[in-house]
Design a protein. Structure first.
Length: 210
């Protein structure tokens, strides 16, 4: 098989996987809302979604991730990795590229459907302790991914404290934004919340790295 064919096949497989995960998550959220989170088993979700429980676990890993999974997370990291051409740059240049990219991504990714699904998911994050705990673990993993990306794009040493702080600000700033949105019963437009958050995040990062 040629490299082009292999890449094409991989792309088709990945797209089908993402579509399946999105469908399974919708089924799970519907069942959770109808019967309660703890009353619904992974096996029941799999049955309604017309797949196997093993496939659900393979895609999501845990029941909590059926709530926490966000199909846009990988897209955000990929776009930042490509920002400014993907070359090694000074941190200030990377921040400038990411700042310019942020409003484009917010507009593209925050559709009415995605905002509604995020609202449904956040209701469980704020009311089910094990989901909140899983979110904290997930965000620490994401923080590590963001740090790895910053290190790759800037060429700095792995023990760079300020880049580590920048990764933490980026990830936990987003968590704070979602908590703020949920605390206000989702009344404030999410695009507005994210726009304000990203501006504050970039301002904070600019102050600690050069």
């Amino acid at each position: 098989m040629s490299d082009v064919s292999a890449e094409s096949s991989t792309g088709v497989w990945e797209r089908r996987k993402l579509e399946a995960m999105s469908r399974i998550q919708r089924v799970a959220l519907d069942l959770f809302e109808e019967h309660g989170y703890r009353a619904v088993t992974v096996e029941r979700i799999a049955n309604v979604a017309r797949t196997s429980a093993s496939s659900v676990y393979r895609y999501f890993g845990t029941k909590e991730m059926l709530v926490l999974y966000d199909e846009h997370d990988l897209r955000l990291l990929e776009e930042i990795a490509r920002a400014g051409g993907g070359a090694v740059v000074r941190p200030a240049e990377l921040i400038a590229a990411a700042r310019a990219l942020a409003p484009v991504l917010i507009e593209a990714l925050l559709t009415p459907e995605s905002e509604l699904r995020l609202r449904r998911r956040m209701r469980y994050v704020t009311t089910i302790p094990e989901i909140a705990d899983a979110q904290s673990r997930q965000m620490r993993e994401t923080q590590g991914q963001v740090l790895a990306l910053l290190l790759a794009r800037t060429g700095r040493a792995p023990d760079d404290l300020r880049l580590g702080m920048a990764a933490a600000i980026a990830v936990w700033g987003t968590v704070a934004a979602l908590d703020h949105w949920a605390a206000g019963d989702f009344a404030r437009p999410l695009t507005e919340v994210y726009t304000e958050t990203m501006a504050a995040v970039f301002d904070a990062i600019e102050r600690i790295i050069d």
